[in-house]
Design a binder for this molecule. Structure first.
Ligand SMILES: O=c1ccn([C@@H]2O[C@H](COP(=O)(O)OP(=O)(O)O[C@H]3O[C@H](CO)[C@H](O)[C@H](O)[C@H]3O)[C@@H](O)[C@H]2O)c(=O)[nH]1
Length: 352
């Protein structure tokens, strides 16, 4: 099978989605994007065009659970493959709103799969997460580590993986890759694209950027009593540009073999919350005031990837370190203090 050329990206206006679209446009793919803008904004496409030098083919505002609207998109465009990001993704919020998460993430995925089937599209890249591993053993986790989802967000992703495995087991025409993202952070090196959630940022890197910029007075460190060397939780942070490079190679190779393949996308290097704060401070020269806070609902002590399968099959070797992740996140914050909401500031070269 030849590589797909027209790709439908769900959630293409979101953080990983927008960087993925820029990467795919850069490599000649034709893109159709659907997004409901529940945690993103259409402004992202203007920036994406500046980054990639060309337009996304078409953009539709829709909820992927709306099968009629989704079907109309497949009618209009000859889609070869789908990259599926659209989902709710906050572990803590999911513990408070389980139904909302199961409905959006699972019903959204089944609606997409049924629509794909109706239109004869069988190639899919699914966005999964390291959080399906839950409270697993310490140390690098490979793809065979048992799933023990610790919150409804993680459980919803694990259910989707099982649905996809069942579909692939019964239908040989399907080719699916599940990419288990560890903690993608950073921003496009142009400073045009970055992480700009609607709600006050709950994630570590954008929160750090807001504190460093003086938009928030301190960073709350959620949990200082984890069984880790410094008591704070360990994650495997990976630059979003490295992440989307892996995705692009996965898409290039999606047609090579049928069935379902699963890959961890992490660097194999754990950093604690305090490690990230120290690095962010060092990279930006800013003091980061902190405050110890209780553990966040649904969080676990440690996720570190064994990503040798992605290295072997996708020849993927992430090259950007934590310093680069902090530098790029900071550049986006400095250039766009309000994300996608307003025109950029002009920075002198030494300002970032
Ligand atoms: O202000 C903050 C924000 C975060 N943290 C801590 O920093 C670590 C990282 O938290 P993030 O919210 O940045 O990311 P998560 O580890 O919760 O990310 C998980 O959820 C993501 C989706 O939001 C992805 O699915 C990812 O793969 C999965 O690991 C956690 O220990 C968290 O408690 C703080 O201490 N203070």
């Amino acid at each position: 099978m030849s590589p797909p050329s027209t790709v439908l990206v769900t959630g293409g206006a979101g953080f990983i989605g927008s960087h993925a679209c820029a990467e795919l446009l850069d490599h000649g793919y034709e893109l159709i994007v659907v997004d409901d803008y529940s945690n993103s904004t259409p402004q992202v496409f203007t920036r994406m065009q500046r980054v990639a030098g060309r337009f996304v083919g078409a953009v539709y505002e829709l909820d992927i659970r709306d099968r009629q609207a989704l079907s109309a998109v497949f009618h209009r465009h000859a889609v070869d493959a789908v990259v599926h990001f659209a989902a709710l993704k906050s572990a803590g919020r999911s513990a408070r709103l389980p139904l909302e998460y199961y409905d959006t993430n699972i019903a959204g995925t089944t609606a997409l799969l049924r629509t794909m089937q109706e239109h004869g599209v069988h190639r899919l890249i699914f966005s999964s997460t390291c959080s399906i591993y839950g409270e697993a053993a310490h140390g690098p986790l490979d793809e065979s580590a048992p799933a023990r989802p610790a919150n409804p967000f993680a459980a919803s992703k694990w259910v989707c993986e099982q649905i996809l495995a069942d579909v692939c087991a019964r239908r040989p025409e399907y080719a699916v890759m599940c990419l288990r993202y560890f903690n993608p952070v950073g921003a496009h090196p142009s400073g045009l694209l970055g992480e700009a959630p609607h709600d006050p940022p709950g994630k570590l890197m954008p929160s750090l950027a807001k504190v460093a910029a003086g938009q928030r007075d301190r960073l709350r460190v959620y949990g200082t009593d984890y069984p880790t060397p410094d008591g704070t939780a360990i994650r495997d942070y990976v630059h979003v540009m490295d992440t989307v490079e892996a995705l692009r190679v996965a898409l290039d190779r999606l047609g090579d073999q049928p069935g379902m393949r699963v890959y961890n996308l992490g660097r194999g290097e754990g950093s604690s919350v305090l490690d990230v704060i120290t690095q962010f401070s060092r990279t930006t020269g800013r003091h980061i005031p902190t405050e110890a806070a209780p553990r966040r609902l649904g969080d676990v002590a440690e996720y570190v990837a064994d990503a040798r399968a992605a290295a072997r099959d996708l020849c993927w070797r992430p090259t950007r370190d934590l310093d680069a992740m902090c530098r790029d996140a900071w550049r986006f914050q400095r250039l766009h203090p309000n994300g996608y909401a307003e025109s950029p500031r002009r920075l002198k070269p030494k300002e970032y």
